[in-house]
Every structure is written in structure tokens, then in C-alpha cells.
Design a protein around this ligand. Structure first.
Ligand code: IMP
Length: 502
């Protein structure tokens, strides 16, 4: 591949956010890693270890869940921060630190927000129970306790990271917290509770007590031990980040994506943080007005979704959703079952398997197969309503072999009349160009596609925008015309060099 001559101009830019305009898993890690070269400070601001970022660097592949992906770049001089908007499970962080040490990487400049929210064993248990018992709001959560931890924070039942440093207060708070949780858990089958508490993620039963569900002493001992290990890194990061505005280059690393945001996403099939750019800024200790450049990531030209929830352009429809959510499939099992699927097979389900295989669309956190489908412009237009228009297209090489590429430009609504406030209604047969993210509306939306010929060639020799095949540029031109986005970067492979600046 030729050396790419062009770079992104970042004159007068000192704060950048990167987050995803879809349902997550769009390949943020690569760009956080690239921009980490530019940044002095890299901050995670939302979510927890439900996220998983795969970063490839110098032939190393690293999956991080909590530590910003920037940790691979000169961590001696750069500061990586887990911000106050994050929910933190100490075990995951301690294991991640060990992984870094094992790879010979340092994290001396890691900072952890003293007011990040602590995930407790009770919250993980409750999250997993909700996913196991039919009829109580199964949405396909990652089972990491994210929803209950944010809910406990808002309902004043939660603990914060700083509590780990104050054993007397910690024990008081943990006792109150567990007493409350035990009352909530009384209604559930004890056998199921025990089974969940034995999970490796919950330290294989260490926190379990047959009589009172939770072994209070074991929980306090372990958490306070983690607290001693994390102490050197815990600080007021909100104050620190704000104080560095204009002095240092700050990069905010999103988790999940706009369509999973509790505030903007396809509710209730969302995560529990506001993972939009505004939510990210807040979780870093900043405001949206402090941000100079907000980059949104979009897969070129497809989408993925993990867990339940409507997905109008899903390839393979309900069958695909069921297979992906069946809970027992990983990439190897899928390969054994379906073999190497052909991307141009007339059957949509087979196409979905092929696209998943080509894009390696299996969860970095759970290993679950991701549901896949075509790029949806009504949803993109919706997210652009509360975002800047600068876009990074990722993973374009994944579609190299497709005969045709479909882009959903609008929907036809096929459901019962839906009232939106007193002034608007959506009726059967209406054409929709800007999606309404409400799950009950989305599931009645049938996509209308514009079809393009595929480019059917390898992109590895492209290093400038002009090198890209005309067929591919035609799709980008169409998306630009239809949504007014500004494409800034096009990614044609996992490697840093496989990046084209527009
Ligand atoms: P939770 O965040 O674990 O509570 O999961 C809520 C929903 O968000 C589920 O549908 C998850 O599959 C989805 N989700 C959470 N984190 C990610 C992510 O990093 N990528 C994609 N989907 C996610």
C-alpha cells in the first residue's frame, strides 16, 4: 500500500470526541488509537465493562473494556482517564491492568474518577436475573450490572469509587445497599440466584451466602483489597479535565452508540448511560460547548446490533435475530453450523451469516454474534439531529465482494396509527425519512432501498480518496446528498495505514 499523503487538519482543535452514530461496535478503537497520538489526555466518559474495544497495534491485539484504548500509545507521557460518567466493576479493571502488565505495557498515568459509580455484586446478580426470567424486561443486556448500577445511582442506593478508600463508610454503605437489594431479590428463585452467584464474573461464589444471599464480609474484604490497589489512581478527574481545557489536547472516547443512548436511543432496547456526544462530554467532566470537533463513526455501509430491539434493515429478519440471541452461538459454532457462507447467496439469512463472517461481527465482550443489516439513513438522519455532521466510515473493505450494495433511504410505516404528542401522527402507508427511535414504531417500519452495484475489488492499494473505486464513491456521494454529512475519514482495514483522509 502507498503511504497516505493527506492527514486530518486539526489546527485550532484541542478537544475531540469520538462516538458512534449507530448501535455501537463500529470500530472506534482504531480511531481512538490513531488520535491518541495527537492527544495528551484520553478519557472514557460513559458505560462500563459492557463495552469492548479491540485495538491492533504493532502486531499486538488488545481488548479493553474500561481503560481507554489510548493506553497503547506512549502511556508514559499521556494521561488515560476513566471518567465520572463510567460505572466501574473493580475486578474487570484489575484484570485489565494485569493484562497490560503481562504485555509489558504501563499505566502509570491512569486516573480513575473518584465519583465514578461502583458496580456491586448485587447489581450484576439483578441484571442477570432480569435477563433469565421471562417477562421482566429481557433486552439482551451484557449481564455486567450496568443498568442496575446506573439505576441505583439515580435512586440513591449506589456506591462510588471513592467509597473504596474509606473502609468504615464503605461497610456502612455496602450494608445498606445489600439489605435493600436482598429485599428486592426475595421474590426470585433461590436456585437461580445461587447459579448466577457462582459465575466467574462474580468470583465463582466468593460473594455468595446460602442464607442471606450475600457474604457481606467477603464482599467488603475483596472490594477494599481492590480499593488499596486502585488508590494511587483515584482522583477528581472532572476537576482535572476541566482545568486542562485549552492547555492540553483532550480526546473523549465513546462507548456503545447514539442508538443505544438512554436519552436518544431505541428505548427501551438501550443501555443505561447517555452514550451520545453530549453524554460523553458530561461523563468526562466537560460540557458539549467545550468540544471543538465531534467525530461520529458509521460502518460503511452496514450496521450491527447486539441483543434485542427493532432493526428495520436487518438481513435475515426474525430468524437472524433469534439465532444471534439464542445464547449458545459463537463464531466457531456458527462456522461449524453454516460453513463459509456466500455474501451473494440469494437467501438473506445466508447473506447475514456471510456478512458477519466477513466483518468478524462477534461481540468483544460476550462473543455473541451481532445481528447485521444494511445502512439505515432514516436512523442516521435522526442521530444527525443532535450531532455534528463529521463522519468516519469504517470497515469498508468488508463489502468488497458484494454484487450489490443496498442503502435504506426511507421507510414505509405499516403499523397502527401512532400519536406523537397532540400534533403529529404516523399512519399506515406514511413514508418516513427521519426515524423516530421509539421501539414500537421502528418495528413497523419497512425499509425502502436504493441499490448500487458493488465495487468487487480489493481496496488495499487505495491511499487517497480518488483511489477508491467509482462505485464506492457513488454510494458516499449519495449518502452525502441525502444526509448532508461531511465524510472526514474512510477506513479500509484494521491496520492504522488502511486509513484514508478525505
Ligand atoms: P447493557 O449495557 O449491558 O445493559 O445492555 C443493554 C443493551 O445494550 C443490550 O442490547 C446490549 O447488547 C447493548 N450493548 C451494551 N454494550 C454494548 C456494546 O459495547 N456494543 C453493542 N451493544 C452493546
Amino acid at each position: 500500500m502507498k503511504e497516505n499523503r493527506k492527514q486530518m487538519s486539526l489546527d485550532n482543535v484541542s478537544t475531540i470526541l469520538i462516538n458512534c452514530r449507530q448501535w455501537g461496535d463500529t470500530g472506534k478503537g482504531k480511531f481512538v488509537d490513531i488520535l491518541a497520538d495527537w492527544a495528551d489526555i484520553i478519557v472514557r466518559g460513559t458505560g462500563g465493562d459492557n463495552a469492548g474495544h479491540t485495538i491492533c497495534c504493532d502486531e499486538k491485539e488488545l481488548v479493553t473494556h474500561l481503560i481507554p484504548s489510548g493506553i497503547l500509545r506512549d502511556s508514559e507521557n499521556k494521561i488515560n482517564i476513566i471518567g465520572s460518567g463510567v460505572v466501574l466493576y473493580p475486578r474487570t479493571l484489575i484484570l485489565e491492568m494485569k493484562q497490560l502488565r503481562d504485555q509489558g505495557l504501563t499505566y502509570n498515568n491512569l486516573k480513575i474518577a473518584l465519583n465514578a459509580k461502583l458496580i456491586t455484586p448485587a447489581e450484576i446478580l439483578l441484571d442477570r436475573i432480569k435477563e433469565s426470567v421471562a417477562g421482566i424486561g429481557k433486552i439482551g443486556s451484557t449481564g455486567k450490572g450496568i443498568g442496575p448500577a446506573y439505576a441505583d445511582f439515580v435512586s440513591r442506593q449506589g456506591l462510588l469509587v471513592n467509597d473504596l478508600l474509606n473502609p468504615i463508610f464503605f461497610e456502612e454503605k455496602m450494608k445498606k445497599h445489600l439489605d435493600h437489594q436482598k429485599r428486592v431479590l426475595l421474590n426470585y428463585d433461590h436456585k437461580l440466584i445461587k447459579e448466577i452467584m457462582m459465575h466467574q464474573h462474580l468470583e465463582c461464589g466468593l460473594y455468595y451466602d446460602a442464607e442471606s444471599i450475600f457474604n457481606f464480609d467477603a464482599i467488603c474484604d475483596k472490594y477494599l483489597e481492590y480499593g488499596r490497589e486502585l488508590k494511587p489512581y483515584i482522583t477528581d478527574t472532572d476537576f482535572f479535565v476541566k482545568s486542562q481545557l485549552g492547555l492540553k489536547k483532550i480526546l473523549g472516547e465513546g462507548a456503545q452508540g447514539d442508538l443505544l443512548s438512554i436519552k436518544h436511543g431505541s428505548y427501551p432496547y438501550v443501555t443505561s448511560s447517555d452514550c451520545s456526544a453530549a453524554g460523553l462530554a458530561e461523563g468526562m467532566g466537560l460540557e458539549k460547548k467545550d468540544i471543538n470537533l465531534s467525530l461520529g463513526i458509521v460502518k460503511g455501509f452496514y450496521m450491527t446490533r447486539v441483543g434485542h430491539g427493532p432493526f428495520p434493515t436487518e438481513l435475515g429478519g426474525e430468524k437472524s435475530e433469534q439465532v444471534c440471541n439464542s445464547g449458545f452461538m459463537n463464531s466457531n459454532q456458527e462456522f461449524l453450523l453454516y460453513g463459509k457462507a456466500s455474501i451473494n447467496d440469494p437467501d438473506e439469512f445466508t447473506q447475514s451469516v456471510a456478512l458477519r463472517q466477513a466483518g468478524k461481527e462477534y461481540g468483544a465482550t460476550t462473543g455473541r454474534p451481532r445481528r447485521v443489516g444494511w445502512l439505515d439513513l432514516p436512523l442516521l438522519r435522526y442521530t444527525l439531529g443532535f450531532n455534528e455532521k463529521d463522519i468516519i466510515f469504517t470497515k469498508l473493505d468488508v463489502l468488497n465482494d458484494f454484487d450489490t450494495i443496498k442503502v435504506c433511504n426511507e421507510y414505509v410505516y405499516e403499523g397502527p396509527t401512532y400519536h406523537l404528542g397532540s400534533e403529529h401522527q404516523i399512519k399506515k402507508g406514511d413514508h418516513i425519512r427521519v426515524a423516530l427511535p421509539a421501539a414500537e414504531v421502528l418495528r413497523w417500519c419497512k425499509p425502502v432501498y436504493t441499490v448500487f452495484p458493488g465495487w468487487k475489488c480489493d481496496l488495499s492499494d487505495c491511499s487517497e480518496y480518488e483511489d477508491l473505486p467509482q462505485e464506492l464513491r457513488d454510494v458516499i456521494d449519495f449518502i452525502v446528498r441525502e444526509t448532508q454529512i461531511r465524510p472526514r475519514i474512510i477506513s479500509i482495514g484494521a491496520d492504522r495505514n488502511q486509513t484514508i483522509y478525505v
